[in-house]
Write a protein that binds this ligand. Structure first.
Ligand code: 3H9
Length: 712
């Protein structure tokens, strides 16, 4: 028996029992998703089976590495009204309810990702068997898309694993592996991937009856109220109230948990229906698709080249020069991705420090159970320290990460030119120096190998790499660098070799402006708090402390030289330098860091005007609109190809709030003319650094947008 398209139904006899296998396999798609069509097909299957229930029903997938990746996000993106949202959720969970009530035991056999609606389908089954494959990850990522689980997840999960662990999964969208799922009681058994089918059969034979439900009785009213109100406070603190979905998820759990499951499901639908049409949801979905696109970033002319000559094989053996924070971080990350790494420095003690830094990151992953003990050992074993260039002969790609000093970098590359083979990619992790200057004066055939690979600190956590293309960089090198960045699971943005590239250049005016605000007397924590309220992950003054004021000074010097007065560092930085304030690293910057606590340093207010009466809105606009203005310049100079690249770069490189859809999407949404008017007003009051650039003025005047499409 077979059902339309996405689902095949197979009847088998397992030890005299009639077992029906319902197998998902969405044609021509890499993953299974619950589209309207798939849901209809599942409805038909369940309708037929209800007439004559088998001894057991197994829900499974024919796609390797995937069970079901959730409801179809494209369909959710199109929802524009509460009644449409309610219909989608109601129809879906009514259908899955049939799985819960069908008169035979039901089993979800999960050997791959089971996310969102995919996991919710499994939660309505009597039993869940998961595999220990690294590909098996289960979770409810809905809040990251601006919605809540709408196929019953807010009700079934707490009844299965308890309130606190369920809230943790629902509010973070965290995905867990099979073993953890078993530990939490989300899965009944975690079995080896290699013998998954046999293990599923054995489990089904051992569990011939429907399971008792709910598995856990709901917590007492007071415990529930307390847990939910604590979760709410934590969410508000973390999100500043900018994200409606996690708060809605808490409300659904809180209101639904003390009631019958069916009533809880009704409440969930009611709460769900207010979300898909919000701007936050549309922007988060847009961000999801942008991330998917950039992870697979391709450049048409390179694709064509690959078709003619074959795709470059990603490098397996690499070398990193310089074992400082960045070098050690890069070496650790490359090794964690399975690559062999030679880490070179000029002194044993630098190497020891670098290896120590890599060990610290690995220990952290081990403590958070991200990796196993053997993996940790392998990661460290793959990093081979060296003081000589000789062992670098076998490297296929080299990343230089020494101090930001042009003559020093050129000297390193002189040495690399001598030892590396002709085809080897020579990359620099510089954050500010021109790649062209590093390559200058070398033989033409060698210059093509030079490229920038700008990683962000901390390397293991920051997903972005700016691929910096100089005029001398060959397409061959760009293609290899692009494949490399994708292979090490980072998201690439391709930028031209202009000072500051994309992220630092756009971010610098924001940081600089925060110092101007402080010099006008605005309090340190007030400035940072307003940036957090806007949605930035860290206030600009705190960020400067974390980056290091000495590092910031170097970058700002380069940008000032390149772009003139508008990038002139705020004079207050000179005072900070004189006072020896380096930021977090010497526990003294805008804040004092004593005993792990951060306090604004009131001594900095000496000699500054008293706190002025500036509206919060003005402070936020001064910080954010200077970035919009600089980003507009980046676009007009062709540093990046399009507004989408700016948005992805700023999102991944600075944590620009995803619910706003990106820096330039934010500007589009508030209206470019409003941005221009504000910039003019600020330039009159505070100086020419705010003057809107010509292209921004022109675009605003013509009623245009940075992004041509209107998401809503
Ligand atoms: C939900 O379930 C709501 C419900 O509670 C209730 C509603 C009422 N929809 O990157 P890949 C696409 S919300 C549509 O090659 P990978 C993806 O865009 C949903 N499309 O594989 C890509 O397209 P393209 C909750 C989807 O191995 C292609 O499939 N679920 C969906 O790197 C393959 O992806 C999620 O949030 C989807 N649900 O990663 C899970 N999922 O080929 C979102 C994937 O055109 N998905 N696509 O670029 C993911 O996290 C990753 O895609 C996944 C695979 C881990 C599954």
């Amino acid at each position: 028996m077979a059902a339309a398209g996405a689902i095949t139904v197979r009847e088998e006899t397992w030890d005299h029992r009639r077992i029906v296998r319902v197998i998902f396999d969405l044609p021509d798609k890499p993953v299974n998703v619950l589209t309207t069509e798939t849901m209809r097909a599942l409805g038909e299957v369940l309708g037929n089976l209800e007439q004559e229930p088998p001894s057991g029903l197994v829900l499974e997938s024919a796609k390797p590495g995937v069970f079901i990746a959730g409801a179809d996000i494209h369909e959710i993106e199109k929802i524009d009204a509460a009644d449409a949202a309610a219909t989608v959720a109601r129809e879906g969970r009514d259908l899955l309810w049939k799985l819960h009530t069908i008169r035979c035991p039901t089993y979800a056999a999960i050997d791959g990702v089971a996310l969102g609606g995919g996991l919710e389908a499994a939660l309505f089954c009597d039993y869940r068997i998961v595999s220990d494959s690294p590909k098996t990850r289960v979770g409810l990522p809905e809040v990251t898309l601006g919605i809540i689980p709408g196929f019953g997840g807010t009700q079934t999960l707490p009844r299965l694993i308890g309130l606190q662990p369920a809230l943790d999964l629902i509010l973070t969208g965290r995905q867990i592996d099979g073993r953890r799922a078993e530990k939490l009681g989300l899965a009944d058994r975690c079995v080896p991937h290699d013998t998954f089918q046999e293990e599923v059969e054995a489990f089904v034979m051992r569990h011939p009856k429907k399971a008792a439900w709910p598995r856990r009785s709901p917590p007492f009213f007071l415990i529930r109220e307390l847990t939910c109100s604590m979760a709410r406070s934590a969410v508000l603190k973390k999100t500043q109230g900018n994200y409606p979905a996690p708060l809605a998820a808490i409300a659904a759990v809180r209101r639904g948990l003390g009631r019958e499951l069916s009533e809880g499901l009704r409440i969930e639908t009611e709460i769900f229906s207010a979300l898909p049409q919000t701007r936050e949801c549309k922007n988060l979905i847009r961000t999801f698709f942008q991330m998917e696109k950039f992870k697979k970033y391709s450049i048409p002319r390179l694709e064509e080249m690959a078709r003619a000559r074959g795709k470059p094989a990603p490098a397996r053996a690499c070398a990193v020069i310089g074992a400082g924070t960045m070098g050690a971080g890069i070496a650790q990350h490359l090794s964690a991705c399975g690559l062999g790494v030679r880490l070179k420095d000029i002194d044993v003690k630098f190497l020891q420090r670098g290896i120590g830094a890599a060990e610290k990151i690995v220990r952290g992953s081990l403590a958070r159970k991200r990796i196993r003990r053997e993996e940790a050992r392998d990661i460290l074993a793959r990093i081979l320290p060296t003081l000589d260039y000789g062992p670098l002969r076998s490297a296929e790609l080299v990343i230089e990460a020494v101090l930001e000093d042009l003559p020093l970098k050129r000297k390193v590359f002189d040495d690399l030119e001598r030892v590396t083979a002709r085809g080897v990619v020579l990359a620099t992790n510089t954050s500010s120096l021109p790649i062209g200057k590093i390559a200058e004066g070398r033989p033409a055939e060698s210059q093509g190998r030079y490229i920038g690979l700008h990683f962000f600190n901390p390397v293991d956590k920051m997903p972005l790499v700016e691929i910096v293309v100089a005029p001398c960089t060959s397409d061959e090198t760009l293609a290899r660098a692009l494949e490399f960045v994708k292979a090490i699971k980072k998201t690439p943005v391709v930028v031209k070799d202009r000072p500051g590239f994309l992220v630092n250049r756009v971010l610098m005016p924001y940081m600089n402006e925060s110092a101007y605000l402080l010099s006008e007397g605005v309090r340190i924590d007030h400035i940072d708090r307003l940036a957090l309220k806007f949605g930035m992950p860290m206030g600009p003054l705190h960020l400067l402390d974390v980056v290091g004021l000495d590092v910031g000074e170097k970058v700002s010097h380069v940008l000032h030289e390149a772009y003139g007065d508008r990038m002139a560092p705020c004079p207050l930085f000179e005072r900070l330098r004189r006072e020896g304030r380096l930021g977090q690293k010497n526990e003294r910057g805008f804040y004092l860091y004593k005993g792990g606590k951060k306090q604004p340093d009131h001594a900095l207010y000496d000699g500054l005007p008293a706190a002025p009466a500036i509206a919060g809105e003005d402070i936020t606009d001064r910080l954010i609109l200077t970035m919009v203005n600089e980003a507009a310049r980046v676009l007009s100079e062709g540093v990046v190809d399009d507004a989408e690249t700016v948005d992805v770069g700023m999102l991944l490189g600075t944590g620009f709030p995803p619910f706003r859809g990106g820096l330039l999407k934010y500007a589009d949404d508030r209206g470019l003319q409003s941005c221009v008017d504000r910039l003019y007003a600020f330039s009159e009051r505070h100086g020419a650094r705010f003057a809107p650039c010509d292209d921004l003025v022109r675009l605003a005047k013509s009623g245009g947008r940075f992004h041509q499409e209107t998401v809503r």
